[in-house]
Design a protein around this ligand. Structure first.
Ligand SMILES: C[S@@+](CC[C@H](N)C(=O)[O-])C[C@H]1O[C@@H](n2cnc3c(N)ncnc32)[C@H](O)[C@@H]1O
Length: 223
């Protein structure tokens, strides 16, 4: 496992509602980090398909997907406390019972807590682009990470990636090209017109405001 983290913990502003949600809802909707494989069937109380959203930010897309697909289970992984608090508040407001949240490094969660061949889909929407050359090593999408995701997906499982940074998109293309586990089902470059068949996200909107294009990939595990 690489030791370089793909995030830096920020002490952003946190509201009293978010603090309350973190304190009072974690016992019901939180997954604590341990080095033991999770029993997903026991955690959710059913055998429905499981999707993971890595770095869900404010949780908007995750909440929308969970609302739209009540027969799918979702695990959201995020390290930014205000985002986690906000997402927990939405889970309660919308009375969702198909989302659980992890607040630990997604790379470690995937490696230590997720069983091989167990996921139906992984969403990685607008990962931190780390645009400076000296920070490229922090980018979460690397060969090792793609291999890890492939290992955790079921055969024919789906891996969705989106970015609004051209240079990161080129890097993602080159990492995908080298990988033998995935077949590219969709690769789109667009201006956010909703062609991507996923909810729009906060960082997609930010990118569009700056005049960025959006790249979307839908990969299927075929090997
Ligand atoms: C640019 S934001 C995108 C948020 C959201 N997906 C969106 O599109 O609005 C990337 C998020 O990934 C989170 N993140 C980065 N690396 C992570 C990791 N290894 N584990 C969990 N979260 C991570 C960051 O905290 C940040 O909130």
């Amino acid at each position: 496992m690489r030791t370089v983290k793909s995030f830096v913990k920020r002490n952003g502003r946190i509201t009293t509602g978010q603090v309350f949600a973190l304190k009072n809802m974690w016992c019901k909707f939180g997954i604590d980090y341990t080095e033991k494989i999770l029993d997903l069937k026991k955690l959710f109380g059913n055998q429905s398909p499981v999707h993971i959203d890595i770095g869900f930010g404010d949780g908007n897309a995750l909440i929308q997907e969970a609302e739209k697909n009540p027969k799918t289970n979702f695990i959201g992984i995020e390290v930014h406390r205000p985002g986690i608090g906000r997402c927990l508040m939405e889970i309660r407001k919308k009375e969702l019972s198909n989302i659980l949240i992890s607040s630990h490094d997604a790379q470690e969660v995937m490696k230590s807590q997720i069983k091989d061949d167990s996921l139906d889909r992984i969403n990685l929407y607008f990962p931190d682009p780390w645009p400076k050359k000296r920070h490229y090593k922090r980018r979460i999408i690397q060969t090792e990470f793609l291999n890890l995701c492939a290992k955790k997906l079921k055969m024919h499982g789906i891996f969705c990636i989106a970015t609004d940074w051209r240079n990161y998109a080129e890097h993602i293309d080159s990492v995908i090209d080298l990988n033998e586990n995935f077949t590219i089902k969709i690769r789109l470059i667009h201006k956010g017109e909703g062609e991507a068949n996923r909810p729009s996200t906060k960082f997609e909107k930010k990118g569009l405001k700056k005049g960025h294009l959006i790249w979307d990939w839908v990969l299927k595990k075929t090997n």
